[in-house]
Write a new protein. Structure first.
Length: 190
């Protein structure tokens, strides 16, 4: 069995609109500034920025990136729970400053992570999950297009005790050529 090259998970990924840099202490002040808008935290697992920073920088389950646009931190995204033995990774723990919504920032960040996962890491499957009530995120995942795979009821306890049902989506290697073409077409218009 081919084992993916997950030692390459944490490397800078550059696009035309954004640069994804491995998230580190040097990004914390930029994260604080970019994360000041309350709308970011509506659907995140916590509304405590310090808890988010600690977990994201210290967790063995994440490979986090700072999303930079014009050299400024505008958000963060991560590879989550990589499973090289199953040729699988999740993209998640993502948020962007609302000033970047509908600007191509999220589209290119997802494109860079997906391309890296399929073309460099050798993944066969990339997963996404979001709060089932988060219509904005669900529409963005459907637009990739990622395949909707169902709702996991009472999947998580978030934000100090709230129940979260999670909507699951995935792109598999068989889908990647079509998804890649769709994303490149969208990016050409950005």
């Amino acid at each position: 069995m081919h084992i993916v090259a997950f030692e390459k998970l944490s490397q800078q990924l550059e696009g035309r609109i954004v640069v994804l840099e491995p998230l580190g202490e040097q990004h914390v002040e930029g994260v604080r500034a970019a994360a000041a808008d309350e709308r970011i935290w509506t659907w995140m697992w916590t509304r405590d920025l310090d808890a988010w920073i600690r977990y994201t920088l210290e967790s063995d389950l994440l490979t986090p990136y700072a999303v930079l646009r014009g050299g400024e931190v505008v958000g963060s995204t991560s590879y989550v729970e990589p499973a090289p033995e199953h040729l699988r990774v999740e993209i998640g723990n993502t948020w962007l400053n609302p000033s970047t919504w509908d600007t191509g920032t999220n589209v290119e960040a997802k494109y860079l992570l997906l391309r890296h996962a399929f073309e460099e890491l050798g993944c066969r499957r990339v997963e996404f999950k979001t709060d089932a009530l988060n219509e904005r995120a669900r529409a963005a995942l459907a637009a990739l297009p990622a395949q909707f795979e169902g709702i996991h009821r009472k999947h998580m306890v978030v934000r100090g005790g709230e129940r979260r049902d999670s909507a699951w989506y995935a792109v598999i290697d068989d889908d990647w050529p079509e998804v890649k073409a769709a994303l490149e077409q969208r990016l050409a218009k950005s």
